[in-house]
Write a protein that binds this ligand. Structure first.
Ligand SMILES: [Zn+2]
Length: 394
């Protein structure tokens, strides 16, 4: 682990241009030349008591008023001030500090997730501040904009420290447990049902966090996933019925499909019941397996299933539902067990005591045994065009 860290640091430094390297070394002079990426893990402190008291004025002073080493102009990195969004979203974690002995400054680092690529390795910004937190001296980050010293990851780290400062200022000697209300960093993002996802804006989260910090009675760490659940009274049966009636009337007026809640409501379910006859395969009876032909014919004659006597009115529904033919699942389901026109000749010609297996298969499993040749495929492709031409010429 230690080795890979060293390797990463070297490659990070190697990527710096000469001016960047010089500036990097100059920044390190504020912490006695220690490179934050090379400080051993055991030397860092994770105790929030040691975090510098960064305040919002210090953040503004650094990101806006500070002068860039490279351009000799003020940073004016107003966009970095929006980095609080990264912080309130929980993308900052593992904040730790290191203060060299006798040094007036302290270095703070953290892991910050990419806001748009959460599965990628986190970034490691660091910032050097005066030990009392009154001034941010310099910063750096492993992201591509990190050399510029004002990237959003440095900003997010600064805002995390500012929230700790606020929380600490509110702490009394009897309220130590109130101290750490700052949201804990999220390590990764797992799939979760939509109703558990907090879509609150970053601005609202920030306001909520500040209110939470200001509330001396709150002791738990704020949980952004806990939303205030609005208490509502369930509708009465009459209210629901009125709602379904309105929906149904409006759908009819505007020629729209009725929503599912209407279709399953006691008032309207009969209107929407499925009028497509069930497939003939529902007539299958395992007792008939192995029956002699005569016995089987007798059994078939004894059936008085409504499936076998479909009225003219009832045929209209499946006809409408199967106009897409081979593109329609209902079309295939309806053909199961039926001798369609193209099969009629073969059905009449085959020996009923020993029918052709391929014929039985094509009747009982029409989808699996769908007849297809190059010619029929060509016909299917051109069918629509042919219909249009036919309609234009007649
Ligand atoms: Zn960065």
């Amino acid at each position: 682990m230690e080795k890979s860290k060293e390797k990463d640091t070297r490659s990070c430094l190697e990527r710096l241009l000469p001016a960047g390297k010089q500036r990097y070394k100059e920044k390190l002079l504020d912490i006695q030349g220690n490179d934050p990426y090379k400080i051993p893990a055991k030397s860092w402190s994770t105790d929030p008591e040691n975090f510098p008291d960064i305040e919002s004025v210090g953040i503004f002073s650094y990101f806006v008023l500070n002068v860039s080493y490279y351009t000799s102009e003020q940073f004016r990195a107003y966009r970095s001030l929006a980095a609080y969004k990264t912080f309130v979203a929980g993308w900052v974690r593992d904040i730790k500090t290191y203060k060299p002995g006798g040094c007036e400054n302290i270095v703070v680092t953290a892991k910050v997730l990419h806001s748009q690529k959460l599965n990628e390795a986190s970034l490691t910004p660091w910032l050097i501040a005066s030990a009392d937190g009154s001034k941010i001296e310099s910063a750096h980050c492993t992201c591509t904009a990190g050399v510029g010293e004002t990237c959003s990851h440095v900003g997010a780290l600064a805002f995390a420290l500012e929230s700790f400062t606020q929380a600490r200022e509110r702490t009394t000697c009897t309220g130590v447990s109130n101290c750490w209300k700052v949201p804990q960093g999220i390590k990764g993002v797992l799939p979760t049902p939509t109703y558990n996802i907090d879509f609150t804006s970053a601005k609202s989260k920030k306001t909520r966090l500040q209110q939470f910090i200001a509330d001396d009675t709150a002791v738990r760490t704020i949980d952004h996933t806990q939303k205030a659940v609005k208490q509502t009274t369930p509708p009465t049966a009459e209210e629901l019925s009125g709602l379904f009636q309105k929906l149904q009337t409006n759908c009819e007026k505007q020629n729209l499909k009725a929503p599912s809640c209407v279709k399953v409501s006691p008032e309207f379910c009969k209107m929407y019941r499925c009028l497509i006859p069930a497939s003939l395969c529902t007539l299958r009876d395992s007792k008939c397996v192995g029956m002699a032909l005569g016995e089987l014919q007798e059994h078939c004659r004894s059936l008085s299933d409504p499936l076998l006597s479909i009225s003219a009115e009832e045929t209209a529904v499946p006809e409408r539902a199967t106009r897409d033919q081979a593109k329609s699942a209902v079309w295939f389901a309806g053909r199961v067990g039926r001798k369609t026109a193209s099969k009629l000749y073969s059905a009449c010609a085959t020996n009923p005591t020993k029918p052709a297996v391929s014929l039985i298969q094509s009747i009982c499993y029409p989808k699996q045994k769908m007849f297809k040749t190059e010619a029929t495929e060509w016909g299917c492709q051109k069918e629509e065009k042919a219909l249009t031409v036919y309609m234009q010429t007649t």
